[in-house]
Design a protein around this ligand. Sequence first.
Ligand SMILES: C[S@@+](CC[C@H](N)C(=O)[O-])C[C@H]1O[C@@H](n2cnc3c(N)ncnc32)[C@H](O)[C@@H]1O
Length: 253
Amino acid sequence: MVEILHKRVSELGFKDKLEIICEDALKAQFPQFDLVVANIPYGISSPLVTKLVYGANPFRSLTLLLQKEFARRLLANPGDSEYNRLAVNVKLVAEVEFVMDVSKRDFLPCPKVDSSVVIIRPKAQIPHVNLDEWRAFTRTCFTNKNKTLAAMFKQKKKIIELFRLSKMKDSPNKYGVTNSNCEFVDDDEGEESDKEGFDPCSDSEMELSSYKKKIIEVLKAHGFEAKRPSKLSNEELLNLLALLNRAGVYFHG
Ligand SMILES: C[S@@+](CC[C@H](N)C(=O)[O-])C[C@H]1O[C@@H](n2cnc3c(N)ncnc32)[C@H](O)[C@@H]1O
């Protein structure tokens, strides 16, 4: 395709106006861009959309041909069965507009899946929130997006993880917890075990229990206890994150 493009622009006399970067799109450092119009490889849709939307580049719009199901997930709203962490995170900073469906029969050779075109535009006003903290928080919430928040935050593993993160805020070198939540690939609904991989012995049971109580009190006091992440708007999630942070509960070290 690169050769064909080079040949075509040469024939049309546009050779000096086109620079072709032939690299892995996930690894390449993009030059400054204003518009993206792309038929992207469907297999890397999630990390590529993340990279484009959360990159440092102040773009105007991204017009993307995506696999239809992926586009539906990106367009989903709270309460929709497809609502997911990707939609939550993209919609924090951008608006996603549906343009059109494109049938697989419109391609030759005919692929296995249908496609859709969407336009993503950055929001004029982005909520004031630490993005690493936000993404770690939505990762926690959307790992079990249909569980109630009370059930989710009663999981021992989760409590220990958050407790250590909160302590790490006070003494960063003492606690070896790292949080690799920076990418929001489509990994919601990965059920978590309550016990695996954590050694609660190093934290006092009493401290853990009062920490858990503190979280549950925040949920109860603000009517979040019986709510489920899959039904919460970004405004509600932002509010919950702010309330938890204020109570000393953090999701990112
Ligand atoms: C859906 S096709 C689109 C091709 C072309 N843009 C078009 O519209 O006909 C996606 C293209 O991205 C290429 N590709 C796959 N993974 C890639 C990656 N990580 N970085 C850059 N290109 C990739 C594929 O080889 C394929 O040519």
